[in-house]
Design a protein around this ligand. Structure first.
Ligand code: ADP
Ligand code: MG
Length: 257
């Protein structure tokens, strides 16, 4: 069971002026759900995702994963960051097989997994290329294939399409949804883009700015495949904009429309 139970999680970063970044987050993420986490820059989205990955510990509260207290990183939870950080001296094939190599998987298993997921993300034929030969969108695809090749139960994605051009971004969103439908992994997708959060998610969790708290949760019941011009989706986007405008500390907001 690849669901999370986030119970009273707060995070305070130590320093000269300790800052509370997350405050009392309570949230259940269901197995197989596609959950969007939306909020302005600096509200603690990456911190929350790192806590779910096990890369950071909460200051207060706890996170259960599959019913067990989360203690540290685990290959069951794959992470995809905005910068895919591919090794420039390795081919795309070699980058994608990295996790399997570290685990000591044999050559045949590595080859089968790399081929499967490179096909799935649309990178067939680019196996022997190096990262500098790929566009930004293709590098993100490679980062996604690398995460998938480890057979994680959960994908934790931190603004993965933030650095690619708009039309490529829409294509990546469509392709990610197709992969999600095929693989049915739990996905936690962090973004500061309202339309992206709504188009992708089963639910959208809106965080308020500093310290990050759950402002509200929006359900997106629309069936897939979805259309971006679906009036019901646009209504949900509008409800989210209304909630954002209601937040008192408006000057902190930096949403991309
Ligand atoms: N490792 C860290 N040490 C100290 N402060 C941090 C650290 N990581 C993030 N912060 C602070 O926590 C706040 C939230 O950061 P972050 O989780 O990256 O937010 P977001 O991803 O929503 O932009 C920011 O004010 C940031 O400066
Ligand atoms: Mg961030």
């Amino acid at each position: 069971m690849a669901g999370f139970s986030i119970n009273g999680v707060s995070k305070i970063y130590d320093g000269l002026t300790p800052t509370e970044t997350l405050s009392n987050i309570n949230l259940t993420i269901k197995d197989g759900e596609f959950l969007s986490i939306l909020g302005p820059s600096g509200c603690g989205k990456s911190t929350l995702l790192e806590i779910l990955a096990g890369l950071q510990l909460p200051t207060r509260g706890e996170v259960l994963f599959g019913g067990k207290k989360l203690q540290g990183p685990d290959k069951k939870r794959g992470v995809v960051f905005q910068d895919p950080s591919l090794y420039p001296w390795r081919t795309i094939f070699q980058n994608v097989e990295l996790g399997l190599e570290i685990r000591g998987a044999d050559k045949a298993e590595r080859k089968a997994a790399v081929q499967k997921y490179m096909d799935m993300v649309g990178l067939r034929g680019f196996e022997q290329k190096y990262p500098h030969q790929l566009s930004g969108g293709m590098k993100q695809r490679a980062g996604l294939a690398r995460a998938l090749a480890n057979h994680p139960e959960v994908l934790l994605m931190d603004e993965p399409f933030g650095a690619v051009d708009h039309l490529t971004r829409l294509q990546l969103q469509d392709d990610l949804l197709q992969i999600w439908e095929a693989e049915r992994k739990t996905v936690v997708f962090v973004t500061h883009d309202v339309s992206e959060a709504v188009f992708l998610g089963d639910r959208v969790v809106l965080l308020s700015p500093r310290p990050g708290r759950i402002n509200s949760i929006f359900h997106v019941p629309q069936k897939r495949p979805r259309r971006r011009d679906d009036i019901e989706l646009l209504k949900i986007q509008n409800d989210i904009y209304a909630a954002i405008h209601d937040v008192k500390t408006q000057e902190d907001l930096e949403f991309v429309i």
